[in-house]
Design a protein around this ligand. Structure first.
Ligand SMILES: [Zn+2]
Ligand SMILES: [Zn+2]
Length: 271
């Protein structure tokens, strides 16, 4: 198996204070061959306010320094987790453009409840114990994911954690599942496949392995070929957690390859 982790954070992200050097050392310790730092750039912050520009100078300086230190011990990639692109397409495109030639990989994600209060969906006060509200949160995410994949295809390479709201909704004891939205999810996955994009299997440092057999099955039936993996670590001990299991799930779903990205082009590695 080609061990790679294409979703990880560092101190450039507002919710992480770990230098990339420490995350990359953890990646080597975990036996990874390839590792991508994909710091957050959410166009809406946690509280729903428009965010300023991404700090590309700091991100690139950190990346270049650590890459030079590591030499050939690890293939280090420069990525970006771009959140809420449909909220402000112009800002999203500007952030990607500023990544320039060095940018290897863009994860397209949605963390915020756009158009309601714009807060991060992790803010469970929005729907605590209220199933109709939880359904609205899920539907809003799917609506905006549809916008991302149909109108902003240039703003992502891999569709990040499609089931993000369920992480928090389920913690609150509400029984929603992706299968409740199968038709809409399949339409999204078809669009991802037809436009040559990837689906991210985000195992959330090993805490979410259960969602993926079904989603991978749908993606394959919808014509999907490109799959990336990410542990979504914000701490060194979470780097690569769940990745070996993710690769097994991808193989079991009938995919022959896992994808990594270099300069925004997929590179396939046999499973
Ligand atoms: Zn995310
Ligand atoms: Zn993330």
């Amino acid at each position: 198996m080609y061990l790679c982790d294409m979703h990880s954070h560092s101190r450039i992200s507002p919710d992480c204070d770990i230098p990339l050097r420490d995350m990359a050392r953890a990646a080597i310790g975990a036996g990874l061959r390839e590792f991508c730092v994909s710091d957050h750039h959410d166009l809406l912050d946690y509280d729903g306010f428009p965010a300023g520009p991404f700090d590309w100078p700091a991100a690139k300086e950190q990346y270049r320094t650590v890459k030079a230190e590591l030499g050939d011990r690890l293939t280090l990639r420069l990525g970006l987790e771009l959140g809420s692109a449909p909220y402000d397409p112009e800002a999203a495109r500007a952030a990607v453009a500023q990544g320039g030639e060095e940018l290897d990989f863009v994860l397209g994600s949605l963390h915020n409840w756009i158009g309601y209060h714009n807060n991060d969906l992790l803010d469970m006060t929005s729907y605590r114990g209220d199933e109709p509200m939880a359904r609205r949160a899920m539907e809003s995410t799917l609506d905006h994911t549809w916008t991302l994949v149909t109108r902003l295809a240039d703003c992502y390479d891999s569709l990040a954690h499609i089931s993000y709201p369920l992480r928090y909704i389920r913690k609150d004891g509400i029984c929603l599942a992706m299968s409740d939205y199968e038709e809409r999810v399949r339409a999204i996955l078809t669009q991802v496949a037809e436009t040559g994009h990837a689906l991210e299997v985000n195992v959330w440092h090993g805490a979410d392995l259960d969602s993926w057999p079904q989603l991978l099955g749908w993606f394959r039936e919808c014509g999907g070929e490109l799959v990336t993996v990410g542990a979504d670590a914000h701490r060194p001990q979470d780097v690569a957690r769940g990745i070996p299991q993710a690769l097994e799930l991808i193989q079991a779903a009938g995919f022959a390859y896992v994808a990594t990205y270099e300069r925004r082009k997929p590179v396939l590695h046999k499973l």
